[in-house]
Design a protein. Structure first.
Length: 233
Protein backbone atom coordinates (compact mmCIF):
# COMPACT_ATOMS: atom_id res chain seq x y z
CA UNK A 1 0.00 0.00 0.00
CA UNK A 2 1.17 3.54 -0.75
CA UNK A 3 0.59 6.54 1.48
CA UNK A 4 -1.80 9.10 0.01
CA UNK A 5 -1.31 12.45 1.79
CA UNK A 6 -4.20 14.58 2.98
CA UNK A 7 -5.09 17.46 0.69
CA UNK A 8 -7.65 19.43 -1.27
CA UNK A 9 -8.94 18.90 -4.83
CA UNK A 10 -11.73 19.61 -7.28
CA UNK A 11 -13.99 16.55 -7.49
CA UNK A 12 -16.28 15.86 -10.42
CA UNK A 13 -16.19 17.54 -13.82
CA UNK A 14 -16.84 21.06 -15.07
CA UNK A 15 -19.60 19.89 -17.41
CA UNK A 16 -21.97 16.93 -17.30
CA UNK A 17 -21.03 14.28 -19.82
CA UNK A 18 -24.03 13.56 -22.08
CA UNK A 19 -25.93 10.37 -21.18
CA UNK A 20 -23.60 9.61 -18.25
CA UNK A 21 -26.64 9.13 -16.00
CA UNK A 22 -24.96 10.21 -12.74
CA UNK A 23 -24.31 13.71 -11.43
CA UNK A 24 -20.76 15.07 -11.76
CA UNK A 25 -21.21 18.58 -10.34
CA UNK A 26 -17.71 19.96 -9.79
CA UNK A 27 -17.05 20.88 -6.17
CA UNK A 28 -14.12 21.30 -3.81
CA UNK A 29 -13.30 18.48 -1.38
CA UNK A 30 -10.89 18.45 1.54
CA UNK A 31 -9.36 15.11 2.55
CA UNK A 32 -8.27 15.75 6.14
CA UNK A 33 -6.70 12.37 6.92
CA UNK A 34 -3.91 10.66 5.01
CA UNK A 35 -4.58 7.06 4.06
CA UNK A 36 -2.88 4.04 2.58
CA UNK A 37 -4.24 2.64 -0.68
CA UNK A 38 -3.46 -0.68 -2.33
CA UNK A 39 -1.20 -0.12 -5.30
CA UNK A 40 -3.11 -2.89 -7.11
CA UNK A 41 -6.69 -4.05 -7.35
CA UNK A 42 -7.05 -7.10 -5.06
CA UNK A 43 -5.83 -10.10 -7.10
CA UNK A 44 -7.42 -13.52 -6.98
CA UNK A 45 -4.48 -15.18 -5.19
CA UNK A 46 -4.84 -12.78 -2.22
CA UNK A 47 -8.64 -13.09 -2.09
CA UNK A 48 -8.31 -16.88 -2.02
CA UNK A 49 -6.39 -16.70 1.27
CA UNK A 50 -9.65 -15.63 2.92
CA UNK A 51 -12.66 -16.44 0.72
CA UNK A 52 -13.78 -18.52 -2.24
CA UNK A 53 -14.78 -16.72 -5.40
CA UNK A 54 -16.40 -17.31 -8.77
CA UNK A 55 -14.30 -14.96 -10.82
CA UNK A 56 -14.33 -15.07 -14.58
CA UNK A 57 -10.90 -15.34 -16.27
CA UNK A 58 -9.46 -17.27 -13.33
CA UNK A 59 -5.80 -16.54 -12.78
CA UNK A 60 -4.00 -15.74 -9.54
CA UNK A 61 -2.60 -12.42 -10.71
CA UNK A 62 -5.85 -11.20 -12.31
CA UNK A 63 -8.12 -8.97 -10.21
CA UNK A 64 -10.78 -10.85 -8.29
CA UNK A 65 -14.17 -10.14 -9.86
CA UNK A 66 -17.80 -11.20 -9.84
CA UNK A 67 -18.13 -10.04 -6.22
CA UNK A 68 -20.89 -8.04 -4.55
CA UNK A 69 -20.41 -4.96 -2.38
CA UNK A 70 -21.09 -7.13 0.69
CA UNK A 71 -18.49 -9.69 -0.44
CA UNK A 72 -15.96 -6.85 -0.61
CA UNK A 73 -16.76 -5.73 2.95
CA UNK A 74 -16.54 -9.30 4.25
CA UNK A 75 -13.09 -9.68 2.66
CA UNK A 76 -11.89 -6.42 4.21
CA UNK A 77 -13.05 -7.55 7.67
CA UNK A 78 -11.32 -10.92 7.31
CA UNK A 79 -8.05 -9.26 6.31
CA UNK A 80 -8.31 -6.91 9.27
CA UNK A 81 -8.97 -9.76 11.70
CA UNK A 82 -6.04 -11.78 10.33
CA UNK A 83 -3.71 -8.82 10.85
CA UNK A 84 -4.89 -7.90 14.35
CA UNK A 85 -6.70 -4.76 13.21
CA UNK A 86 -10.19 -3.43 13.86
CA UNK A 87 -12.96 -4.80 11.65
CA UNK A 88 -14.44 -1.72 10.02
CA UNK A 89 -17.85 -3.12 9.06
CA UNK A 90 -20.93 -4.60 10.68
CA UNK A 91 -22.64 -6.55 7.89
CA UNK A 92 -26.11 -8.04 7.49
CA UNK A 93 -27.45 -9.66 4.29
CA UNK A 94 -28.97 -6.38 3.06
CA UNK A 95 -27.18 -3.63 4.97
CA UNK A 96 -23.79 -2.53 6.26
CA UNK A 97 -22.57 -0.12 8.91
CA UNK A 98 -19.11 1.45 8.90
CA UNK A 99 -17.99 1.06 12.53
CA UNK A 100 -15.86 3.98 13.83
CA UNK A 101 -15.81 5.63 10.39
CA UNK A 102 -12.44 7.04 9.34
CA UNK A 103 -11.05 6.27 12.82
CA UNK A 104 -11.17 2.51 12.12
CA UNK A 105 -7.60 1.23 11.68
CA UNK A 106 -8.53 -1.87 9.65
CA UNK A 107 -8.86 -2.53 5.95
CA UNK A 108 -11.81 -0.98 4.17
CA UNK A 109 -13.12 0.31 0.86
CA UNK A 110 -12.15 3.84 -0.10
CA UNK A 111 -14.76 6.54 0.01
CA UNK A 112 -15.70 7.89 -3.39
CA UNK A 113 -13.77 11.09 -2.62
CA UNK A 114 -10.67 9.18 -1.49
CA UNK A 115 -10.81 7.09 -4.66
CA UNK A 116 -11.03 10.09 -6.99
CA UNK A 117 -8.40 12.06 -5.05
CA UNK A 118 -5.94 9.15 -5.19
CA UNK A 119 -6.64 8.48 -8.87
CA UNK A 120 -6.14 12.12 -9.86
CA UNK A 121 -2.82 12.12 -7.96
CA UNK A 122 -2.52 15.89 -8.04
CA UNK A 123 -1.60 18.20 -10.90
CA UNK A 124 0.16 16.35 -13.68
CA UNK A 125 -1.15 12.99 -12.48
CA UNK A 126 -2.93 10.35 -14.52
CA UNK A 127 -3.47 11.56 -18.09
CA UNK A 128 -6.78 10.54 -19.63
CA UNK A 129 -5.50 11.58 -23.05
CA UNK A 130 -3.04 8.66 -22.88
CA UNK A 131 -5.60 6.14 -21.68
CA UNK A 132 -4.06 3.01 -23.19
CA UNK A 133 -0.84 3.64 -21.27
CA UNK A 134 -2.74 3.46 -17.97
CA UNK A 135 -5.67 1.10 -18.50
CA UNK A 136 -7.00 -2.14 -19.92
CA UNK A 137 -10.22 -1.12 -21.64
CA UNK A 138 -12.50 -2.06 -24.50
CA UNK A 139 -10.02 -0.95 -27.17
CA UNK A 140 -6.97 -2.90 -25.97
CA UNK A 141 -8.02 -5.68 -23.57
CA UNK A 142 -9.04 -8.32 -26.15
CA UNK A 143 -12.22 -8.74 -24.09
CA UNK A 144 -10.32 -10.14 -21.12
CA UNK A 145 -8.89 -9.24 -17.73
CA UNK A 146 -5.13 -8.88 -17.36
CA UNK A 147 -2.68 -9.32 -14.48
CA UNK A 148 -2.53 -6.34 -12.14
CA UNK A 149 0.27 -3.82 -12.48
CA UNK A 150 1.12 -4.20 -16.16
CA UNK A 151 0.19 -0.67 -17.21
CA UNK A 152 1.75 2.64 -16.20
CA UNK A 153 1.08 3.81 -12.63
CA UNK A 154 -0.19 7.27 -11.70
CA UNK A 155 1.85 9.81 -9.72
CA UNK A 156 0.92 8.13 -6.42
CA UNK A 157 2.25 4.78 -7.69
CA UNK A 158 -1.23 3.23 -8.11
CA UNK A 159 -1.92 0.83 -10.98
CA UNK A 160 -5.16 0.13 -12.86
CA UNK A 161 -7.28 2.75 -11.12
CA UNK A 162 -8.78 3.12 -14.58
CA UNK A 163 -9.65 -0.07 -16.43
CA UNK A 164 -9.21 -3.81 -15.80
CA UNK A 165 -12.07 -3.97 -13.27
CA UNK A 166 -14.44 -1.35 -11.90
CA UNK A 167 -13.89 -0.88 -8.16
CA UNK A 168 -16.50 -0.80 -5.41
CA UNK A 169 -16.30 2.26 -3.14
CA UNK A 170 -18.13 2.79 0.16
CA UNK A 171 -20.60 5.56 -0.66
CA UNK A 172 -24.33 5.33 -1.12
CA UNK A 173 -25.15 7.31 -4.25
CA UNK A 174 -26.35 10.91 -4.00
CA UNK A 175 -26.01 13.96 -6.23
CA UNK A 176 -22.97 16.10 -5.48
CA UNK A 177 -23.30 19.43 -3.66
CA UNK A 178 -22.04 22.67 -5.17
CA UNK A 179 -20.28 23.70 -1.95
CA UNK A 180 -17.04 22.55 -0.33
CA UNK A 181 -17.12 19.19 1.48
CA UNK A 182 -14.77 17.75 4.12
CA UNK A 183 -14.26 13.98 4.09
CA UNK A 184 -17.63 13.19 2.43
CA UNK A 185 -19.00 9.71 3.10
CA UNK A 186 -21.98 9.64 0.74
CA UNK A 187 -25.69 9.58 1.49
CA UNK A 188 -27.01 8.32 4.84
CA UNK A 189 -29.37 5.91 3.10
CA UNK A 190 -30.41 4.81 -0.35
CA UNK A 191 -30.58 1.74 -2.60
CA UNK A 192 -27.39 2.14 -4.64
CA UNK A 193 -23.66 2.00 -3.95
CA UNK A 194 -21.04 3.33 -6.36
CA UNK A 195 -18.44 1.73 -8.59
CA UNK A 196 -15.52 3.65 -10.06
CA UNK A 197 -12.81 3.46 -12.71
CA UNK A 198 -14.14 1.43 -15.64
CA UNK A 199 -13.21 -2.09 -16.64
CA UNK A 200 -11.75 -4.22 -19.40
CA UNK A 201 -15.01 -4.06 -21.39
CA UNK A 202 -15.67 -0.34 -20.87
CA UNK A 203 -15.44 2.22 -23.67
CA UNK A 204 -13.32 5.33 -23.33
CA UNK A 205 -16.34 7.59 -22.77
CA UNK A 206 -16.81 5.99 -19.33
CA UNK A 207 -13.18 5.42 -18.39
CA UNK A 208 -12.79 8.87 -16.93
CA UNK A 209 -11.60 9.92 -13.49
CA UNK A 210 -14.85 11.76 -12.71
CA UNK A 211 -17.19 9.06 -14.02
CA UNK A 212 -19.42 7.43 -11.39
CA UNK A 213 -21.91 4.59 -11.69
CA UNK A 214 -24.67 3.77 -9.21
CA UNK A 215 -25.27 0.04 -8.73
CA UNK A 216 -27.31 -2.35 -6.61
CA UNK A 217 -24.86 -3.61 -3.93
CA UNK A 218 -25.86 -7.25 -4.45
CA UNK A 219 -24.84 -7.17 -8.12
CA UNK A 220 -21.88 -9.23 -9.32
CA UNK A 221 -20.10 -8.81 -12.65
CA UNK A 222 -16.95 -10.09 -14.32
CA UNK A 223 -15.80 -6.47 -14.71
CA UNK A 224 -16.26 -5.53 -11.03
CA UNK A 225 -13.71 -5.92 -8.20
CA UNK A 226 -12.14 -3.86 -5.41
CA UNK A 227 -9.12 -2.06 -4.00
CA UNK A 228 -8.51 -1.62 -0.27
CA UNK A 229 -7.38 1.32 1.85
CA UNK A 230 -6.49 1.97 5.51
CA UNK A 231 -6.63 5.25 7.40
CA UNK A 232 -3.13 6.40 8.34
CA UNK A 233 -3.52 6.70 12.13
Amino acid sequence: MNLIPAGRFLMGSSSKIPKSGEDEQEHEVVITQSFYMGIHEVPQNIWELYLDHKSRFKHGSHPVNNISFFDALTFANLMSRANGLQECYRITPQAAEWVLGLDCNGYRLPTEAEWEYATRAGEGGLQETKLDQYSWNKTNSNKSLHPVGQKKSNAFGLYDTLGNVWEWVWDIYEDYPSTEMRDPLGAAKGPFRIRRGGGYSTGSSRIRIADRYALNPINKHSFLGLRLVRTAN
